[in-house]
Structure formats: structure tokens, C-alpha cells
Design a protein around this ligand. Structure first.
Ligand code: SAM
Length: 195
């Protein structure tokens, strides 16, 4: 991802843009206290502990007029489909989205919600077995595999294959919905100019 970003910067000649790696839950080492004009987070929020607080912290570094765009996979991504099946099979799976984006809006008086939408994306997999394999080795269930081990994931796989809708479809298609939130920090100067 970093290599790709650096390549784009080079190819487009973006001289004012640089790439820095860091922990998204602690922006200070990256921003060094400077306000930020824009933040985009692509499918990272669902992997972060205390996501509502992380969103608040990200919004907290915005400059007046700055915008924060966050796309992430919510707790339930589809009514029916392989991903929903996997979520339903997950012991202790609970909705972790409480407070998104209300914690941020309550903490930061100048912050406003521009939009909160659910864009859907078609996903195509060779089949249900491959879906499970990829989701549990390189995807969101990888952490469960690391935590509970391969034997446990084999059991989950059997249950998944027994309950997954369209389990024999090749390819397997579904259309999960992401959540995309756009927040903006009001610019008091612009607001005053409009009055
Ligand atoms: C689902 S991937 C999305 C990657 C990329 N943004 C994209 O859309 O293809 C989530 C990424 O978030 C990273 N991640 C998880 N927790 C993080 C943290 N605290 N700080 C920075 N990155 C984190 C993971 O390493 C992973 O690469």
C-alpha cells in the first residue's frame, strides 16, 4: 500500500504529498500537532479497537473546513449471503458500532455530519470454500484463526458450508453494503461570511 502510494505520488508529481506509516489510533506522531485538511480511511475502522473513539480522535485533528471520509465494513453487511452467514456463526459477535459517529459529534462542537450512506459492492468469489479460505486467512476472520487456531476454524468451516446460502454456486456472488461517513469541521470564518 505504501509502495503504491509512493508510486502514485511519483507518477503524478505531487510534490506537497508524502507517505508516512503509523498507528491510526494515535495520529499525533504523524500530524505533530498540525491541523489536517482531509482524512480518508478505507476499510480500516472495523479493525480498530474502540472505533467510535478513533473516529472522534481523527475528527479532532481536522482544520476548520477540513473533511473526514471513512468507509468501513459494518457489523452486518448483508441480509443474506456468505458474509452474513459467517457473522452469524461467530461466537461473541456483537454490534461494535455503537457511538459511530455520535461520540465524535458530541465531543467536537464544530463537527457536522455531511452524509452517512451504505454503498454496496458486488463481490465475486470462485465458490463458498474459497470465500471461507480467503476470509479466514487474509481477511477479517484471520484474527480468529490466529486466536482460536486451525482446528477451531475447520469446525467453523464445516458449519459455514452447511449453512451458507448458494453454497454450490460457482462463482459465488454477493453484494455486501459498506458504511461511509463524511464529517466536516465547520469553518467559523466561512460561516460568518454567509450570515
Ligand atoms: C481491510 S484492510 C484495508 C486496506 C486498504 N485501506 C484498502 O482499502 O485496501 C485494513 C488495513 O488496516 C490496517 N490496520 C489495522 N489496524 C491499524 C492501525 N491501528 N493503524 C494502522 N493500520 C491499521 C491493517 O493492517 C490492514 O492493512
Amino acid at each position: 500500500m505504501v509502495d503504491l502510494a509512493e508510486q502514485v505520488i511519483r507518477e503524478k508529481g505531487l510534490r506537497r504529498v508524502s507517505v508516512e506509516c503509523g498507528d491510526a489510533t494515535s495520529l499525533l506522531p504523524i500530524t505533530r500537532g498540525r491541523p489536517v485538511a482531509g482524512i480518508f480511511s478505507g476499510f480500516g475502522l472495523q479493525q480498530i479497537t474502540r472505533p467510535a473513539q478513533a473516529l472522534r480522535d481523527w475528527a479532532g485533528v481536522l482544520a476548520p473546513g477540513g473533511a473526514l471520509v471513512v468507509a468501513y465494513w459494518p457489523h452486518i453487511v448483508e441480509e443474506r449471503g456468505p458474509w452474513r452467514c459467517l457473522t452469524d456463526l461467530t461466537v461473541g459477535s456483537e454490534n461494535w458500532q455503537g457511538g459511530i459517529p455520535d461520540v465524535a459529534l458530541a465531543a467536537l462542537p464544530g463537527l457536522e455530519l455531511v452524509s452517512d450512506t451504505e454503498p454496496a459492492f458486488e463481490m465475486v468469489w470462485p465458490g463458498a470454500a474459497e470465500f471461507f479460505e480467503i476470509m479466514s486467512t487474509a481477511g477479517p476472520w484471520r484474527s480468529r484463526r490466529i486466536h482460536y487456531g486451525d482446528a477451531h476454524m475447520e469446525e467453523v468451516c464445516e458449519k459455514f458450508m452447511a449453512s451458507c446460502p448458494d453454497v454450490d454456486a460457482r462463482p459465488l456472488r454477493h453484494r455486501p453494503k459498506a458504511r461511509q461517513i463524511v464529517l466536516r469541521m465547520r469553518d467559523p470564518a466561512q460561516h460568518a461570511a454567509k450570515l
